[in-house]
Design a protein around this ligand. Structure first.
Ligand code: NAD
Ligand code: MG
Length: 403
């Protein structure tokens, strides 16, 4: 039995992971489940999956969950922990084999790193941790013999389209594999373009949080849905891909593909282009990473290629989707610039979701924060966390000034 700790089990990725585990319950056990504040959902999951440990970051929520679990003989054994350190503890628990890192935002960094430090198989959905601390994260994976498998659908597709010799080292060492030596000429990172692909800049100004969260092809949490609408999600993914595949900004081309059927592609020097296709359902990359290097059933319907009929590809518009340009700039600037970009974006998205700033201000807030702060070499976690904190403060001031 493989013990899985699901960090962020109540979210969109967490729920899909539990669905895969249900179908594969002879191989996988939901050993630990964690949530921020959603007591009801975590309680239901505890009753259904009977994990050994449940974590609620919020202390009051943890007390309430514990009270509810104690009432039932079947769930009374479940150990309830609280606080952010508890997330690190379950990520490094010696009984845990695989860690699904599916907390949203910078809040997922510490526990993802804890999993890397303890040499786990990390199923990485939390792209923000790689964006913030790519160098340190990859080094920690290498130093501790951890295995890193991408859950983000595009990165999982790239991983599947890379030569096996490359991915075997990419999963476990510091990506010393070279793209050029593997014959790779370009990574083609696909993007649906989100719900506002064809809106003008003027129309974008008036969009609401609910419109931004109504993604045409994927069902996701609210933060990543807004990131998809601004295309910051793709920007974060370019940075994520650069670390996972030892690629430069110039090696990665974003391709708009509205159908979300081709999840990404890899071009080779002999003219071949390899792609991974499938229905847009996160259970495919989750099952791939859990079973790797084998395959297993995920519950996802087989792709009906005749129903798809058409596949379209377009160049991205960097004028309307400013966030994408900012992310490429931050990747080229390196150091703490991606952490600043990420933190400013989290604040701006939060303000937008709370109705405090307009949609198009998100990019302004990120751009102005990047202009105000100097990127430093990201040699330690302290430096990264301090850049994150500073960027949050500056971005909050900018949001307040523009409300
Ligand atoms: P979500 O909002 O649906 O779920 C987030 C989870 O994190 C919840 O369980 C929540 O309780 C927990 N959480 C939130 N804030 C927390 C905090 N401060 N401390 C501890 N836990 C906290 O998000 P999601 O859509 O499942 O996305 C999770 C991660 O996966 C993100 O990094 C996202 O970019 C990435 N991702 C998601 C998808 C998708 O299809 N949803 C696809 C690719 C990558
Ligand atoms: Mg993605």
């Amino acid at each position: 039995m493989i013990n899985v700790a699901i960090l962020g089990s109540t979210g969109s990725i967490g729920t899909s992971t539990l669905d895969v585990i249900t179908r594969q319950n002879e191989r996988f056990n939901a050993f630990a489940l964690t949530a921020n504040k959603n007591i009801e959902r975590l309680y239901e999951q505890c009753c259904h999956y009977l994990p050994e440990i449940a974590v609620m970051v919020d202390e009051d929520c943890a007390h309430e969950l514990e009270k509810k679990l104690k009432k039932n003989i079947e769930t009374s054994h479940i150990k309830v922990l609280s606080g952010t350190e508890a997330l690190d503890d379950v990520a490094s628990d010696e009984q845990v084999d695989y860690v699904m890192a599916a907390i949203v935002g910078a809040a997922g960094l510490s526990s993802s790193l804890a999993a890397a430090r303890s040499g786990k198989r990390i199923l990485l959905a939390n792209k923000e941790s790689l964006v913030m601390s790519g160098d340190l994260f990859m080094q920690t994976v290498k130093d501790n013999g951890a295995t890193l498998l991408p859950i983000d659908s595009e990165h999982n597709a790239i991983f599947q389209s890379m030569p096996e010799s490359f991915t075997r080292t990419a999963a476990s060492s510091n990506n010393q594999g070279s793209l050029a030596l593997s014959g790779v000429t370009k990574i083609l990172l696909t993007a649906s373009g989100g719900p506002f692909l064809n809106k003008t800049l003027d129309q974008l100004h008036h969009v609401t949080p609910d419109q931004a969260c109504a993604h045409p092809t994927w069902e996701m949490g609210r933060k990543i849905s807004v990131d998809s609408a601004t295309m910051m999600n793709k920007g974060l993914e370019v940075i994520e891909a650069s670390w996972l595949f030892n690629a430069t900004a110039d090696d990665i081309q974003v391709v708009i593909h509205p159908q979300s059927v081709v999840h990404s592609m890899v071009s080779y020097s002999d003219g071949s282009v390899l792609a991974q296709l499938g229905n847009p359902d996160m259970r495919t990359p989750i099952a791939h990473a859990m079973a790797w290097p084998d395959r297993m059933e995920s519950g996802v319907e087989q792709l009906d290629i005749f129903k798809v009929a058409q596949l379209n590809f377009e160049q991205p518009d960097f004028e309307r989707f400013v966030c994408l340009r900012l992310a490429y700039d931050a990747l080229r600037a390196a150091g703490t610039a991606p952490a600043i970009l990420n933190a400013a974006n989290e604040i701006a998205v939060d303000s937008f979701l709370n109705g405090e700033i307009t949609f198009t201000r998100i990019a302004d807030v990120v751009e102005q924060t990047l202009e105000q702060l100097v990127s430093k070499t990201a040699t330690s976690l302290e430096i990264i966390l301090s850049a994150d904190e500073q960027a949050r403060r500056v971005a909050k001031e900018i949001c307040a000034g523009n409300s």
